[in-house]
Write a protein that binds this ligand. Structure first.
Ligand SMILES: Cc1cc2nc3c(=O)[nH]c(=O)nc-3n(C[C@H](O)[C@H](O)[C@H](O)COP(=O)(O)O)c2cc1C
Length: 186
């Protein structure tokens, strides 16, 4: 796929199905993630893969953790949280392991993790898959981080759902540069 065509036309996929990337495709996806710009070579990226056969367990635990966050969550909400794990054949949780650094603040390390997520999404699309970048309350829940084997101080940048597009792309209106870009007049 032509790189410029991909960059100018990429979209998130709202619904994903089998197949997801295989091991060598996933390796390519992560190699591109590790090309993310990274101030000071801190390599803040951490990725946790939820493979297809672990999604049910992951979904059950996410539902239990929702219950702890929101004790009055309804059975429907708990079931919905559990079923989110089945939205795609593969899920990647992308985090920044933030280091205390005299010149490189946390925001720059999290931005690098965000750039890694974008590389994941673009590479997935380039090799025929699609993705959806999500977060929500679980991304900010210390218990979720612990369940995933992350540190309390890690910052989850994205919960990325990966697979084959099923149905529509995101209907987001694509704005024009003129509304967002100004040229400094000096
Ligand atoms: C950090 C981050 C977190 C996001 N979290 C969610 C989310 O939890 N749920 C959601 O529907 N979209 C979320 N989005 C937005 C979608 O990933 C997507 O960008 C949006 O639906 C627009 O589609 P597009 O990527 O095709 O422009 C998030 C985006 C970012 C950058």
């Amino acid at each position: 796929m032509d790189a410029l065509e991909l960059l100018l036309n990429r979209t998130s996929a709202l619904k994903l199905t089998e197949p997801g990337p295989n091991a060598s495709e996933l390796d390519q996806i992560f190699r591109s993630a590790l090309r993310a710009p990274d101030h000071g070579r801190l390599r803040p990226w951490r990725f946790v893969v939820i493979p297809s056969d672990k999604r049910e367990r992951y979904g059950e635990l996410m539902s239990e953790l929702l219950h702890l966050r929101t004790p009055d969550a309804t059975p429907e909400m708990l079931a919905g949280e559990r079923d989110k794990a089945l939205r795609a054949p593969l899920i990647i949780i992308a985090a920044a392991r933030v280091k205390d650094h005299p010149k490189i603040p946390e925001v720059e390390q999290v931005l690098s993790a965000g750039a890694a997520v974008q590389n994941i999404m673009l590479t997935a699309e380039a090799i025929g898959y699609r993705a959806m970048w999500r977060t929500g309350a679980p991304a900010y829940d210390a218990r979720v981080k612990k369940m995933l084997g992350l540190d309390d101080t890690d910052v989850i940048a994205g919960i990325v759902y990966l697979g084959t597009r099923a149905g529509g792309s995101s209907p987001a209106v694509r704005p024009l540069p003129a509304d967002f870009v100004s040229t400094w007049a000096g």
